[in-house]
Design a protein around this ligand. Sequence first.
Ligand code: NOJ
Length: 546
Amino acid sequence: MSARSADWYKDAVIYEVRVRSFFDANDDGKGDLRGLTSKLDYLKDLGVTALWLLPICPSPMRDDGYDISDYRNVHPDVGTLEDFRIMLDAAHERGMRVIMELVLNHTSDQHPWFQRARSAQRGHPDRDWYVWSDDPKRYKGARVVFKDFEKSNWTWDEQAGAHYWHRFYHHQPDLNFDHPTVREAMLAVVDHWFGLGVDGLRLDAVPYLYEREGTDCENLPETHEFLRQLRARVDALWPGRMLLAEANQWPEDAVKYFGKGDECHMAFHFPLMPRLFMAMRLEERRPITEILARTPDIPTNCQWALFLRNHDELTLEMVTADERDYLWKEYAKDPQARLNMGIRRRLAPLLDNDRRRIELMSSLLFSLPGTPVLYYGDEIGMGDDLNLGDRNGVRTPMQWTPGPNAGFSSVDASKLLLPLVGDPAYHWQTVNVSVQHANESSLLHWTRRLLHLRARHPAFGRGSTVFVDAGTYHALAFVREHEGDRVLVVCNLSRYTRPLTLDLARWKGAVPVELFGRVKFPPIKGGGYPLTLGPRGFCWFALETA
Ligand code: NOJ
């Protein structure tokens, strides 16, 4: 692998992959690490520079592996530690980084730590690895996250004779971060994976590490103190590795996960995501510009992670109650699509499989300030399956070919871990990699071109952002600039063709060159630069010196 540039994550294009659903190399119906390794060339060709692997550790799989029972190993379903090493080497050889999950807030109730804790005497240090109480009314300021499944954050444990604390499913007891040995154990897990050569860790559910009475038990100062310790250790022992915070929080709380550049390197921008969908539906830019205006500046060594969809429901926690009702009404007309505080659908179905809207949304994902995270299958416009429980409908097997099992596995179809998407509008026989590969006009080819264009302009990953008035609230325009590399992005969010007048006075003399076709546009002479964009059209221009 080439020399590690310390802030590689700023130029990255991250691909979120569920290993179990990607490619099955041993024909047992479940995707595996060897399968992923065999598909790295596909990802490299697409323009992906980093993989984010959904959980692969041993687990009873009651929350898709976010319920870990052994932090240092690989679930036999997906392979062995040796398979993991081989995949990692193969990714590095191709210049791709690998980001793993660090599920630090909770374990499975099957983890030996919990088994030991529940049978330990009160007062014994083993017991204190988890959070116990006789009174299930403690910490009542904390919300229940999985509200469709759990009524309380406490569950009674017969063996321990006490209630234990859990922010997610009842079979995922929270670790007690007040216990120094727990913190040390988690730091040892970090050393284990970084020691194997992993490039980044996504800190799952990081706002919930500590509990304090009288608070909502989120974003507590103690959590940030722990993150500073973690970061100091990473800087000392693992320079060039990255920590990514999964903190589903308002901008002012989310930025705290960067600290002063001494906590996480990256954090997901949760509030921006639903507002992209809102802007699409309202056909106006305000939801986007307002949330970005409300987002404080971040330390120079830090970066937002942007996403449209992921393996969870499209969360609507970071919008107001009115906005949530609006988004539910517009995007989840079928009540089956609603889950907890969100919508369990993939990108293409959310956008009515409208190619223009998919391209417009992708153009925003890949041009707004931050590092884009692409969810597997969205590059070919995969559909989903609302008949599957929980979030499984957005986790179905990757569709590779029109052949048996969509080329995902050679097992008998009844043995697939999840059924393929059979909805006629998204059927795997037509929506798949090989069919799209053969068609230059496919979404796959378009996405690939977009990523390759993006890669030529460091301004996308690193640049400053200046919003440009376009004469109408239906348009969003901005200039990204980094060390002389300047890119102008213009989007027409409306369903109709619109004449725009861009205030580009600041860039007088520059020549906009459209990136897809390298077509030169008239030079910028002053303030009002006219441009007409078709329905939901967008343009990326390099602003070159004449
Ligand atoms: C966030 C993960 O994205 C989600 O899939 C999981 O269920 C919860 N954390 C609990 O680990």
